[in-house]
Design a protein around this ligand. Structure first.
Ligand code: KIV
Length: 289
């Protein structure tokens, strides 16, 4: 599906579409969104998957990690994204402590994404230590995307946002985690910030599609945080990001131009103003004289 495919010919993307794409070696596209307008633009561009990522916490809410993000934050933003999207598969990212404490929490919170927010699936971070939660969510009929490698909710365990899977033992663990997630029934796995050849090996060993971020070209698809791609997040840009635009600079120019126009009475012009009929104006003046 491309941006040039007429809207009416598009079909809603499902887990089956994604598996078909992997089987036919067609790269899968995925981006994050947190609001209606961005979801609309991403959907119209023909992107396969929209992830309402808990990166929300960093790029929209201004936290330094994703840890403070709550289920209510995620549901609020997921609802807006669902209103803007018709074709992309919608995935709600389960935030920190929404699935780690108990399997019951995991199922109830995953259910909220589908029932309240109109998502099609959920994503959660972790490998074999999360199998109970993943199996329970799947038993409730909710598709699950896994997430391995640099899993940002474990930032303190990793001692920072550091690349993972760099030695043979860690790489082997990651491969075993990926196979276990596939065996449990995940429909896809995000591989974040791991060596490119490890990501390629994992992608070749798995039947389900992998989606890479900072994991090289050997994955079955790619995801970026939309604010990074558009140059909207000013604090830092990870090395693996390709900036396709510089919206932050564009916004700064627009705001400066607006400030200058207002201060110099150059805005609003006649075209931006409305008037009342002459007779009504005269009547008003007479009535207040
Ligand atoms: O929260 C997020 O945006 C993510 C992507 C980086 C995969 O998990």
């Amino acid at each position: 599906m491309t941006a040039s495919t007429p809207l009416q010919d598009r079909k809603k993307i499902t887990t089956h579409t994604l598996q078909e794409k992997k089987n036919q070696s067609q790269p899968i596209t995925m981006l994050t969104a947190y609001d209606y307008g961005t979801a609309l633009a991403i959907d119209r561009a023909g992107i396969d998957i929209i992830l309402v990522g808990d990166s929300l916490g960093m790029v929209v809410l201004g936290y330094t990690t994703t840890l403070p993000v709550t289920m209510d934050d995620m549901i609020h933003h997921s609802k807006a994204v669902a209103r803007g999207s018709s074709y992309a598969m919608l995935i709600g990212d389960m935030p920190f402590m929404s699935y780690q404490a108990s399997v019951d929490d995991a199922v109830r919170n995953a259910g909220r994404f589908l029932q309240e927010a109109g998502m099609d699936a959920v994503k959660l971070e972790g490998g074999r230590e999360r199998l109970d939660a993943i199996q329970a969510i799947l038993s409730a009929g909710i598709p699950v995307m896994g997430h391995l490698g640099l899993t940002p909710q474990s930032v303190h365990k990793f001692g920072g946002f550091r690349a993972q899977g760099k030695d043979a033992q860690a790489a082997r663990n990651l491969l075993e985690d990926a196979l276990a997630l596939q065996q449990a029934g995940c429909f896809s796995i995000v591989l974040e910030t791991i060596p490119a050849r490890l990501a390629k090996l994992v992608s070749e060993r798995l039947e389900i599609p992998t989606i890479g971020i900072g994991a090289g070209v050997g994955c079955d698809g790619q995801v970026l945080v939309t604010h990074d791609l558009c140059g909207m997040f000013d604090r830092f840009t990870p090395r693996f990001v390709k900036k396709y635009a510089d919206f932050h600079a564009e916004m700064a120019h627009a705001f400066e131009a607006y400030k200058s126009d207002v201060e110099n009475l150059a805005f609003p012009e006649k075209a931006h103003s409305l008037e009342m009929p002459e007779a009504e104006w005269e009547a008003l003046l007479e009535s207040i004289e």
